[in-house]
Write a protein that binds this ligand. Structure first.
Ligand code: TYC
Length: 105
């Protein structure tokens, strides 16, 4: 529950603070382009770990391919970390150099 608090200043003036609601910070998950990972593999990653349909997945894959990087989702810190780990583990197991990172929004 949000609460207001009365704070007395040095001047003696009483001011009321805004209720501080805490929204957790969000993190962008970024997929990076490289010259070696097959396009089909990237599409599969986007379908499997980011719940995209094949059309969305192909569009985002092409954006990364052309622009070098794209945001593939925005999540809480814990979920973003999990997605990055899933993509990195899956790519490494298939011996592709695909890179995935996260950054605070
Ligand atoms: N550039 C890769 C190729 O031509 C395809 C690719 C797309 C790789 C997106 C990584 O995140 C990526 N095979």
């Amino acid at each position: 529950m949000a609460e207001h608090h009365d704070n007395e200043q040095e001047s003696g003036t009483v001011v009321q603070s805004k209720p501080k609601t805490k929204r957790p910070p969000l993190y962008k998950v970024l997929l990076l382009n490289d010259d070696y990972t097959p396009m089909e593999f990237v599409v599969h990653i986007l379908e499997r770990f980011f719940g995209m349909n094949s059309t969305q997945a192909f569009d985002i894959m092409l954006t990364v391919h052309k622009k070098g990087v794209a945001v593939v989702g925005v999540f809480s810190h814990e979920i973003a970390e999990t997605k990055v780990a899933q993509v990195m583990d899956f790519s490494r197991r298939h011996q592709h150099p695909l890179q995935c990172t996260m950054e605070k929004e």
